[in-house]
Ligand binder design. Structure first.
Ligand code: PMP
Length: 388
């Protein structure tokens, strides 16, 4: 104290300054103590004094939703587009008759339009915008079995573009209604016609886009950004969720974007991971992989398989192709709903049916960790798969 008085007397000008410095420290200290006390309260340290409303009122589900969007701590999203991706990985404990299963389901039906395709559409449209190929007021043309079309219709509505989608006649009414609800023009093309016909749904969208100078052809089948989206987003999520502990990855293919992107990433991380393509009977992937003459015929499962191999489809990352029938796929999808409460589409059912075939064929009932991609929701096929 003596020293302090001495200091004040020696330098009268500093008296006020030092006084305010002390005041400042005292206020800061008090604020700190209040902060610590509030922190202890909010963590429930004094339950006998206060009821911890904050903790009790936030349910487990709400906490999970908040976690999905850590950017905006309050859990508010700025756009539906922020909710694409970060889908759950669910261990299936009741699905398999072999008791506790080693199947892990990547649940892509948790995306906003209930399918995996939200991921590639957002990723690719952002790239088209960056490259100045997609400009305000443009129309986006695409051929789709309905999922890419639904994602395109929704994201085009949010970003202010128009969408024209060509689909095969077997497309479920739910998917067609969804695309129209988002304002897309949906053109239904004949199913089962020659792949080279201008009326085939995959050619029609391209032909229409050529007559419209203010447009782009989205082209999920040839554009490598489709693969890149899965390599840089979907695959990283899977790797993180599984902590890298994966023996098999099974994903149905059409453009090949999912299996090529995720397969490449997983093989780079660990070449021992086996990549399996489940293929519907009637699609050409099985014959292509095993070097047979390509034969295609119609089948009912939507989204999986194809009557040709697309340019972006990288078979070098695939170890095995296993076939499934419509009955096996729809049967497995129905069983998934009844045993796990997960409503999935037919291609998910096909992938699960193949997972079971794979498990059956494994020596000594090895308990390997199998990740199965469930690309879309059964809500898109209520009238086709689930109606009694
Ligand atoms: N399942 C469903 C239901 C699909 O819509 C698609 C895409 N058409 C796939 C699987 C295959 O995905 P990809 O195009 O990435 O091979």
């Amino acid at each position: 104290m003596k020293q302090l008085i001495k200091k004040f007397t020696a330098h009268p000008a500093s008296i006020g300054e030092t006084y305010f410095q002390h005041l400042n420290f005292t206020i800061k200290g008090a604020l700190y103590l209040i902060k610590v006390a509030l922190g202890l309260l909010s963590h429930g340290f004094f339950p006998f004094l206060f009821t911890n409303y904050a903790r009790d009122k936030v349910s487990v589900l709400e906490q999970k939703l908040l976690k999905r969007n850590p950017k905006n701590g309050a859990g508010i999203s700025n756009s539906i587009l922020d909710l694409i991706g970060e889908t759950p990985m669910l261990q299936l404990n009741n699905f398999s008759s072999r008791g506790k299963s080693n199947i892990f389901a990547k649940c892509e039906m948790f995306n906003p339009t209930l399918s995996i395709k939200d991921r590639i559409v957002l990723f690719m449209l952002k790239q088209y915008e960056k490259d100045k190929k997609l400009k305000p007021g443009y129309t986006i043309y695409e051929a789709s079995s309905g999922n890419t079309g639904s994602s395109l219709a929704m994201i085009a509505a949010v970003l202010g573009y128009k969408a024209v989608i060509t689909v095969p006649a077997k497309t479920s009414q739910e998917k067609i209604d969804t695309m129209r609800a988002f304002g897309a023009n949906v053109i239904i093309c004949q199913s089962g016609i020659n792949i080279d016909s201008p009326e085939h749904y995959t050619n029609k969208a391209y032909i229409l886009s050529k007559d419209d100078s203010n447009s782009i052809y989205f082209n999920q089948y040839d554009n490598h950004e489709n693969v890149n989206a899965h390599y840089s987003l979907t695959a990283c999520e899977i790797w993180r969720q599984m902590d890298g502990k994966i023996d098999y990855f099974i994903a149905p293919a059409s453009s090949g974007g999912t299996i090529s992107g995720v397969g490449k990433f997983l093989k780079q991380k660990n070449p021992n991971i086996k990549i399996v393509l489940p293929d519907p009977v009637g699609s050409v992937f099985y014959d292509y992989f095993y070097g047979n003459e390509l034969k295609s015929e119609s089948y009912q499962v939507e989204g999986a398989g194809k009557d040709k191999v697309c340019r972006i489809h990288d078979f070098s990352v695939i170890d095995q192709v296993i076939r499934f029938t419509d009955e096996e796929a729809f049967g497995a999808a129905k069983r998934l709903a009844l045993t796990e409460g997960v409503l999935s589409g037919g291609s998910s059912g096909g992938a699960l049916a193949v997972a079971e075939k794979l498990i059956e064929a494994l020596p000594n009932n090895e308990l390997l960790r199998i990740v199965v991609m469930l690309p879309d929701s059964g809500f898109k096929y209520l009238s086709k798969i689930y109606k009694k």
